[in-house]
Design a protein around this ligand. Structure first.
Ligand SMILES: Cc1ncc(COP(=O)(O)O)c(C=O)c1O
Length: 382
């Protein structure tokens, strides 16, 4: 049996709509949108626009706000963070940030551009909302929060965080890598300025396509990260102010956008909450099945609403070795180590790494029961 349980890294199976749309676009069009004025290029532009509108529908984005395509959430976060800060700013991040935020702010600090502080998420996975504003300084300009931990699945109260940021005139950016497509996300309720997403995880699109949603009133304050051709305002020597052109430099990944379009066609025909509930039931089934293994340690409170992600260790078994045994002997694909999130592992006191099982759209109860059996066998007879 082959069991894929690494959906937090990427979705393994994709809906058929993804393959169909890629094939259709690649075979029948594949021209460069926004460049030529001929009919096929205009059709390609319509496909891209349709995909932006799908994103707007999925996340309930306001009519004036903008969808920008990038290659992944890492690029989106780099554009938002580097484009919003100025010399002397103070930034806040949380202690469950992925390296796609941590390394960016650390680099900016090394360059002498900003200083930053880390809001300590508690060991149980809760965000210290009451103590949050104690870290504000007069020069705090930006706060970046991971919507849900890719290590433990704990969901941060981003709506409340955004409200507090707004009251203090602090810009708010969300890393939505793990939540886009996995739980219902309403952009209007997030109280954020920028929501960054990646196409290949729970949105179930291909790799190489991601993006961000940006509020119209903040977009003009974001400096560009990459300058170049946009197919528009070519007579000007500087980047256009018009969106999305300002941030979509160079030829777009139209194949990726076509695949994402197929994935979104599929997702928009589903109820994301139904998808979440089904996956959360499997999460609870797995937890119930393995919680009594002698020496098992889970990270964060396991009995709260969270993403279907479980990180754990079994005393006496190295997480890397265990992941290897699960894969090579039993065909179970998990991820061990630090999951690009040393801060989160520091938060959960698991800096030696953990095994992460992340359940996704194509997971089944049979797969979960198989994993429960194998883990009990390995855990009880170690
Ligand atoms: C919370 C979080 N942020 C950022 C990323 C980076 O995603 P990508 O590689 O698609 O840019 C990941 C990927 O695992 C993630 O889990």
């Amino acid at each position: 049996m082959k069991v894929y349980l690494d959906y937090s890294a990427t979705s393994f199976k994709k809906p058929n709509e993804v393959f169909k749309k890629i094939e259709e676009f690649y075979k029948s069009n594949n021209t460069n949108p926004g460049r030529g004025g001929y009919k096929l290029a205009i059709e390609a532009g319509k496909m891209v626009l349709n995909t932006r509108n799908q994103i707007k529908s999925l996340f309930n984005v306001g009519i004036k706000d903008h969808i920008i395509f990038t290659k992944n959430v890492t690029e989106s976060l780099n554009i938002a963070i580097k484009g919003l800060v100025k010399k002397g700013d103070h930034i806040l991040i949380s202690s469950i940030e992925h390296n796609s935020v941590y390394r960016v702010v650390e680099h900016l600090k090394e360059q002498g551009i900003i200083d930053y502080d880390i809001i300590k998420v508690r060991k149980d996975g809760t965000f210290p909302i009451k103590e949050f504003n104690k870290l504000f300084k007069v020069n705090t300009n930006l706060c970046i929060i991971n919507h849900a931990s890719n290590v433990s699945g704990h969901i941060m109260p981003v709506g409340e965080i955004g409200k507090i940021c707004k009251e203090h005139n602090i810009k708010f950016v969300i890393d939505g890598a793990q939540t886009a497509g996995s739980i219902p996300v309403d952009f209007k309720e997030l109280n954020c300025d920028v929501f960054c997403f990646t196409g290949h995880k729970y949105l179930m699109g291909p790799t190489g396509i991601g993006g961000f949603i940006v509020k119209d009133d903040i977009a003009k304050d974001i400096d560009t990260l990459i300058d170049g051709g946009t197919g528009s305002f070519s007579e000007e020597s500087t980047m256009p102010k018009v969106l999305p052109d300002r941030f979509e430099t160079g030829t777009l990944n139209t194949i990726g956008i076509a695949g994402l379009n197929g994935a979104l066609t599929y997702l928009l025909n589903q109820d994301i909450n139904d998808i979440y509930v089904k996956e959360k039931e499997m999460h609870d089934r797995l937890y119930e099945g393995i919680r009594d293994i002698p020496g098992i340690i889970f990270y964060g409170d396991m009995e709260v609403e969270k993403l279907p992600v479980i990180s754990f260790n079994i005393k006496g078994l190295d997480s890397g070795e265990l992941a290897g045994i699960l894969d090579y002997q039993y065909g179970i694909m998990t991820r061990s180590g630090l999951h690009c999130s040393p801060l989160a592992h520091e938060t959960f006191n698991s800096l030696d790494g953990s095994i992460r099982i992340s359940i996704g759209h194509f997971s089944t109860n049979e797969e979960i029961d198989y994993v429960v059996d194998i883990l009990n066998k390995l855990g009880n007879y170690k």
